[in-house]
Structures are given as structure tokens and as C-alpha cells.
Design a protein around this ligand. Structure first.
Ligand code: CAA
Length: 296
């Protein structure tokens, strides 16, 4: 099965990155958002990102225009009906996702592959909102932020995923310029299974006074060659998002390593979400020079 037209649900940080990446790889892309305003906001981000790539010479001005020309925004589900694959990157809420899939199932052609970008929810639980035939055409495609830069995509299969559909999804990941890794539908897949306990442990180390925010970050950045220290990465991913993922994983595995530490919970309750709210482990009042937050 050949994928030509790609549908993306959601034009937030992940959806817009996925749409941009698919259009850059030569696919025609339709992105659906709930309102024109959110659609425009997402497209403004895509245009800025493409302009930056053009400025740096990664793409030519002509390619920039061609990529933009392959992207279309809409608020109508109907416009996704003839897509060969739909990648969903909407809010991480199971009921909202299930409602959306049930609705699309009735609109899309029988061959359309449904793929979710969820980081921790069960693909199987989403899939059961659709018809028996569609359930065989359901996978996870988990991308990483920032999508245009990060080389990985986790391709997730359920116990019902059709082999040919799965291989098509793996190949689609490759065509997007990513390295696909194969994973089973177990909460967190491969990356968050390993990343989330590491991030939570960095918070525990801070709680226990092992080191300061900057020293913990420098430890992993300079000692292990990570591009960002764990507390910087937490601010980048979002403390609210990490808390939410950790709760789901703890619920699934009942293991302490996935339990959100009290400091994380308190920071989320206090609205310290990280970069998106201007403050987390660091204060981003001057975005180019973040300073560590005084948390005691
Ligand atoms: N489009 C175009 N340009 C962009 C951009 C985008 N979307 N994002 C950043 N840039 C630009 C920056 O503006 C910057 O431009 P200038 O040089 O002109 O200032 C340039 O790219 C390089 O940015 P940085 O200086 O920040 O460069 P960097 O080398 O630090 O790379 C990074 C940035 C790729 C984010 C790197 O820091 C990194 O790999 N960090 C780790 C990210 C990570 O771990 N992501 C996974 C998170 S987990 C997840 O997503 C899954 C989940 O389920 C939680």
C-alpha cells in the first residue's frame, strides 16, 4: 500500500511538527484543528520554522514555497476522508481521542491507516473505539520534540495490527527521514520507559540535596554527552506533561520508579510547567539566559 496523502489531527507543537516533516518529505498534508485560530497559530509556527531552515540554507526558497504549498489547514473532519494515513496528535485525553477516532472511522476510506502520536496512552484502548476492520489498521507513531530535528519515530503495534499495515507504517517513518524503531503497545513504549524514570530520578536527586539544579544538569550534559541536562529537558517537555505520563505509567506498572516525586506534583500544582509557562526548574524571563528557580 502506498501512502500519498497524509492527514494530521491537531496543529499544536507535535501536530505542526509532524505536518511540516511530512510536507518536507513530499507528502500532501491536511491538518485538522478545532478552530481557525488554532490552525493559524500552528501554521505560523511551521512558517517560522521553514523560514529558519531556508535562512540556514537547509532548504532553498523554492523548496520552502513548495513545502508550504503541500500543507492545508482545515476545521472539517470530512477533508481527511481520502487520506492514506492519519496521524493523530491531539490532547492526551483517552475519551477525546476515542470520540475522534470513532467519528473518523465512519468518514475515512476503508484502507486509511490510523496512527496515534500518544506518548503513554494505550493504542489498544484507542483502537477499540473503531470498527473491527479498522482495528487491524491501527498503529502508534510516536515522534519526538522538536519533530523536524529529532531523528526517531517509535512504530507501535497492537496484538491486532495487520503485518502489512505495520510494515507500511515503518516505511512511512523512513520516508519522513526518521529512523523507525519497533515497539509493542506497552505504556511508554521504549523511550519513555527509560526516559521517564531517569527524569523522575533527577528530581529525586534534587529533592534529596544530591546537587543543585545546574550541577545535576551539567553532570549529565558534560559527563554523559546529553544535549540537555534532565531538569532542562523536563522544562522543555513540560512538567505537567511529564507528571501526566508518569501517572499513567505508574498506574500501568505499579512500580516506584514511575511514581511522580512530591516536588514534581507541587511544581505542577503551582503552575511551574517549564518553558511553556515561563518557569519550571529554570526561569525563562530572559529566554536566552534561563536562571535556576529558587525552589526551597
Ligand atoms: N525549526 C527550525 N529551527 C529550529 C527549530 C524548529 N522547530 N527549533 C529550534 N530551531 C533552531 C534554533 O532556533 C537554533 O537556531 P539559531 O542557531 O539560529 O539560534 C537552532 O535550531 C539550533 O537550536 P539550539 O541552539 O537550541 O541547538 P541545539 O544544538 O541545542 O539543538 C535540540 C536543539 C535539538 C532541541 C537539542 O537541544 C536536543 O536534542 N535536545 C533534546 C531534545 C529531546 O530530548 N527531545 C525529546 C523529548 S521527549 C519527547 O518528545 C517525547 C515524549 O513523549 C515526552
Amino acid at each position: 500500500m502506498e501512502i500519498k496523502k497524509v492527514g494530521v489531527l491537531g496543529c499544536g507543537l507535535m501536530g505542526s511538527g509532524i505536518a511540516q516533516t511530512a510536507a518536507t518529505a513530499g507528502f500532501d498534508v491536511v491538518v485538522r484543528e478545532v478552530s481557525d485560530e488554532l490552525c493559524e497559530r500552528g501554521f505560523t509556527g511551521i512558517e517560522k520554522s521553514l523560514a529558519k531552515f531556508a535562512e540556514k540554507g537547509t532548504i532553498t526558497a523554492e523548496q520552502q514555497a513548495q513545502i508550504r504549498g503541500r500543507l492545508k489547514g482545515t476545521t472539517k473532519f470530512e477533508e481527511l476522508s481520502d487520506c492514506d494515513i492519519i496521524v493523530e496528535a491531539i490532547i492526551e485525553n483517552l475519551e477525546t481521542k476515542r470520540d475522534t477516532y470513532a467519528r473518523l472511522d465512519g468518514l475515512c476510506k476503508p484502507e486509511t491507516i490510523f496512527a496515534s502520536n500518544t506518548s503513554s496512552l494505550s493504542i489498544t484502548e484507542m483502537m477499540t473505539a473503531t470498527s473491527r476492520e479498522r482495528q487491524r489498521r491501527f498503529v502508534g507513531l510516536h515522534f519526538f520534540n522538536p519533530v523536524p530535528f529529532m531523528k526517531l519515530v517509535e512504530v507501535v503495534r497492537t496484538i491486532l495490527t495487520d503485518e502489512e499495515v505495520y510494515e507500511t507504517a515503518v516505511e512511512f517513518g523512513r520516508k519522513l527521514g526518521k529512523v523507525p524503531v519497533r515497539a509493542e503497545d506497552k505504556s511508554g513504549f521504549i523511550v519513555n520507559r527509560l526516559l521517564v524514570p531517569y527524569l523522575l530520578d533527577a528530581i529525586r536527586a534534587l529533592e534529596e540535596g544530591v546537587g543543585s539544579i545546574v550541577d545535576i544538569d551539567n553532570g549529565m550534559k558534560l559527563g554523559c554527552g546529553h544535549p540537555m541536562g534532565p531538569l532542562t529537558l523536563l522544562d522543555f517537555v513540560g512538567l505537567d506533561t511529564t507528571y501526566y505520563i508518569a501517572e499513567i505509567m505508574f498506574d500501568e506498572f505499579r512500580e516506584r520508579r514511575f511514581a511522580p516525586p512530591p516536588l514534581l506534583k507541587r511544581m505542577v500544582m503551582a503552575g511551574l510547567y517549564g518553558r511553556k509557562s515561563g518557569r519550571g526548574f529554570y526561569d525563562y524571563a530572559d529566554a536566552k539566559n534561563p536562571v535556576p528557580t529558587n525552589l526551597v
